[in-house]
Design a protein. Sequence first.
Length: 552
Amino acid sequence: MLKHLLIKNYALIRELEMQPSAHLNIITGETGAGKSIMLGAVGMLLGNRADTRMLYDEETKCVVEGTFDISEYAALKQVFGEEELEYDAETVIRREISPSGKSRAFINDTPVTLEVLRRVGEYLMDVHSQHDTLQLGTNAYQLSILDAYAQTTAELERYQQAYRGMRRLQQALDRLQDEAASMRKEADYNAYLLQELEEARLDGLDQQEQEEELEKLEHAEEIKVKLAGVLQALEYGDELALNPQLHSVLAELRAVGKYAESYRQLAQRLESVVIELKDITREVEAEEGAVELDQERIVTLQDRLSALYKLQQKHGVQSVQELLQLRNELSGKVNRAEGLDEEIAAIQQQLQEARQQVEETGTALSKKRKGVFEKLVKQIEELLGGLGMPEARLQIDHKAIAPAPTGLDEVNLLFTANKGMKPQPLKAVASGGEFSRLMFCVKYVLADKTALPTIVFDEIDTGISGEIALKMVRMMQQMARGHQVISISHLPQIAAKGEAHYFVYKDNSTAKTFSRIKKLTEEERVQEIAKMIGGATPSAVAFESARELMAG
């Protein structure tokens, strides 16, 4: 229930404040004074988009704030929990628009997105507008009416849970089947590539080591000749060989070492050189002895490396490690392709079970919906008859459809207001006034079925007058026993029956016109209703009629 509404700097409204009654509130006023502008501001609290063009003062921010008593609406506690909002029985919703165009929304001072605001707003207010009337012609809205009337919340939730599960499985199956189709196209080629890499015996292969071995084998003769020459120069040559000469030099240094420390140090250094040269000589000798001309090994290495180079070129890589990684990837793809059929079969089995669940829950939902067709039609036709449309006929056209997010049903409300005329789709046959009365009757029958704390009607009395208006406002009074009702009206019959009457008017006392609202006293109400009956200067008869309407 809306306890307090504050609007600042919005359209014609400089500042407006009201504390509506918990029951029936009537808002009247001058044409263009801002009655419907108020609804635009209220719509912002429900998540409608903001527009800086609506600022009264372009240099000041706009604020719209509503305080709601939600203590009797337990469903909102769950919503607040899911959205991680602080729950308070007296909840404050605020929207702000800065002059720069930035819009912000708050619930109990916690910043929220418009999506969250809309979700919470669905539980707070039901605003009837011209857009809402147009919605009545859509299948989705008509289905939502049936669900509200038939109280299908539990059945619809079970169906939608099953439907979402089925859709997830269907999407998973589609992905697997696409993957399988793609893999089947590549399966033979991948298997061929994998076999080729496996036959290359890449595990433990050191490419650099084999390249060096081949290099040595291909130049074995040259290497052996040169190493033999080195040995000749070091050890086995004539008196000019290095090792014998160094030994002779070392002996001379040792001989003079007894005369000076520096000679002894030189002898020690040369001794190290001799030892190192002997080690080099032994290693050269070993290397020379190890060199053999092995033509068969050369051919083996050439073939092996040639095959390796071709694989690297083929796959655009530079190393054995990259080929091993590619082999593992191909192995995974080949194994994946072989296992996909089993996965697909398992998903298909799950999907079959999910479809059965969707069918079962959808059938239960459909049965409950169809079970109220006759009762809903009869009740609305009776109400329309009381509102001056005794020949009105409503018909619900039903068609079973494939599983959809809302169920297995497609409904279409067919309507005629005239005797002897075949009911037609709503948007094709109903006038504005007829539409408004039909929508009002729909809201009326749903009022007892829903937990909406506040219902707002924006000139839903269009196209009616006299006794019909009185019947409509009595229905509003009945609705207001369990709901807060706010009705913007231009009819004295409706204005006279409100528990609270608010008057919207233009204030021209400053350089720029702005809208004001005030709650009327009893005497002010009489005067306002008399003006609605008799014009700007109502007669005594108009005043008497106003009092009669208020007393009746």
